[in-house]
Design a protein around this ligand. Structure first.
Ligand code: MN
Length: 224
């Protein structure tokens, strides 16, 4: 009997470990018995310095995002969203559930858009679509930064694509995500003060200019 219990415990640990190990996509889909969890960062917390400091990553990812996820898990218990995937919850909820689901999705995309070896320019079809819409990558960045700087208060600026593949830059307040407009989010810059205040204080525009140095265009391009 004792051996059986030990075997069962080991199997449980193995299964939980397996789910955790796979939890690296932006949807961080829970199974029936698992809750939403932090996505695994593909870089060390100090690897994005000096663009984003270690303390900012530790607080923003480890505390802010973790709190959104914990709140989401608690809020959906006993609701119709209990076993829904994250994108469905964002599309169909409102109020506190939407706020925490939106921020979970937004940050999952955000933190998986960076690499210490990032920067440069997009390639392939995404580059073509950017050039078709804004003439050049430089023009696109200017428009994107201007939109991010113009968000009043807390929110996000997004690059997304519509069902025809046409690209859009949109400003979103608070937890907003272009998925609620029927668009597919490709890249989002967080303009909540918690994203940049430790490193740039009030200089949001300077922060946005620096972020391009760490964009992982392979990850962003794969979403297109
Ligand atoms: Mn944030």
């Amino acid at each position: 009997m004792r051996k059986l219990i030990i075997a069962y415990t080991m199997l449980s640990v193995f299964l939980i470990g397996t789910v955790n190990a796979q939890n690296t996509n932006i949807n961080n889909k829970k199974t029936e018995t698992m809750k939403f969890e932090l996505p695994k960062l593909p870089y060390a917390t100090n690897a994005l310095e000096p663009v984003i400091g270690q303390q900012t990553i530790e607080l923003h990812y480890g505390k802010h995002l973790q709190t959104y996820i914990t709140n989401l898990n608690n809020l959906i218990q006993g609701t119709k969203f209990e076993n829904a995937d994250l994108e469905t919850i964002v599309k169909e909820s409102d109020g506190p559930i939407f706020n925490n689901a939106g921020q979970t999705l937004n940050h999952n995309i955000y933190f998986l858009s960076f690499s210490p070896n990032g920067g440069g320019e997009p390639k392939g079809k995404l580059a073509d679509a950017i050039n078709a819409e804004w003439g050049s990558f430089e023009n696109f960045k200017k428009e994107f930064n201007a939109a991010g700087t113009a968000v009043f208060g807390s929110g996000w600026v997004w690059l997304s694509k519509d069902s025809e593949g046409k690209l859009h830059i949109t400003k979103e307040a608070n937890a907003g995500n272009p998925i609620t407009k029927g668009y597919t989010p490709l890249l989002g810059f967080d303009v909540w003060e918690h994203a940049y205040y430790l490193d740039y204080q009030n200089r949001r525009a300077d922060h946005l200019v620096e972020l391009w140095k760490i964009i992982d265009w392979e990850a962003v391009g794969a979403r297109y």
